[in-house]
Design a protein around this ligand. Structure first.
Ligand SMILES: Nc1ncnc2c1ncn2[C@@H]1O[C@H](COP(=O)(O)OP(=O)(O)OP(=O)(O)O)[C@@H](O)[C@H]1O
Ligand SMILES: [Mg+2]
Length: 264
């Protein structure tokens, strides 16, 4: 299928109107019992597809990137981590966007220490890891105080050792990263991740820029496991409405019936 129709035609310019993360609301967008069936199902499918790419690795590490800002990386990282935790995996979500951290907003939490303190040797793993109240199998390392040198921190030799120790403690690690087309932080941990999930926001990303970022990442030996199209209005697409959405609707009806229980 030709996916170019998902991209906008003109070169993407950063949307200045959405610059204040303080104004952005994440509340209610993390998987919960009220999440629409199709959304929950999409994250379960992504979870399953990613597991197929890992060759039964003990603790796969998935980095979530995009070309530009505001594609939904943080929201997708959080939901993917929740989706893994729901299948009884000990999931760790790391907010590695130490420039514009948001995971503390997604989960409405505060913690004294975060990734910047952990990588700079100011705290231990035990002190940095916190847990999300509502999600029993989910642990989180927030970004911590914004450091002057995020990329250097991620590239430190000791970061390898810390990731190796984290891999011993968890079943899966999701790393929320800054946009790879804007800063090189995501590439700095290419040897520490199993691979990257590349997020494209429907109608807001342009194909040449996405291709350029993907090519740059490949040149730096980054493994891109797949592409997530975020925010696509599936109901407006005849192709999906006829072939796929109808099928999801069918399952939705079955899942919502009173004598049915949730799969997770
Ligand atoms: N599919 C979606 N439907 C509705 N809102 C969404 C969707 N995906 C993301 N958003 C919203 O878009 C905004 C940006 O999302 P998010 O912070 O996850 O993007 P990001 O790619 O991590 O941004 P940044 O590059 O600044 O880190 C948030 O307000 C988020 O709630
Ligand atoms: Mg983000």
């Amino acid at each position: 299928m030709n996916i170019s129709r998902f991209f906008m035609r003109k070169k993407h310019k950063e949307d200045k109107s959405v610059s204040s993360h303080a104004a952005i609301k994440y509340k209610g967008k993390i998987l919960n019992e009220k999440t629409p069936f199709a959304v929950a199902e999409a994250f379960k499918t992504l979870r399953t597809n990613l597991l197929y790419t890992t060759n039964s690795e003990k603790c796969p590490v998935f980095g979530v990137v995009s070309s530009y800002q505001n594609t939904g990386k943080s929201l997708i990282s959080a939901n993917l981590a929740v989706a893994f935790s729901m299948m009884n995996k000990r999931a760790l979500l790391i907010d590695a966007d130490m420039r514009k951290p948001v995971q503390h907003r997604c989960f409405s939490m505060r913690h004294e220490y975060g990734l910047s303190e952990l990588l700079s040797g100011q705290c231990t793993i035990d002190q940095a890891v916190t847990s999300a109240e509502q999600y029993p199998n989910l642990s989180i390392i927030l970004a911590g105080n914004i450091p002057p040198n995020p990329q250097e921190l991620l590239a430190y030799e000791q970061t390898k050792r810390i990731f190796a120790q984290l891999r011993e403690r968890f079943d899966v690690i999701i790393v929320d990263l800054p946009p790879a087309g804007v800063v090189a932080d995501a590439m700095a941990i290419s040897t520490l991740v199993t691979g990257y999930v590349f997020v494209v926001r429907s109608g807001e990303s342009d194909a040449p820029t996405v291709n350029e970022t993907i090519n740059n990442m490949k040149q730096m030996n980054c493994t891109i496991l797949g592409l997530v199209l975020n925010g696509y209005d599936i109901k407006s697409d005849n192709y999906y409405r006829d072939r796929k959405y109808g099928r999801y609707y069918y399952y939705y009806r079955r899942e919502q019936s009173p004598d049915n229980t949730s799969r997770d």
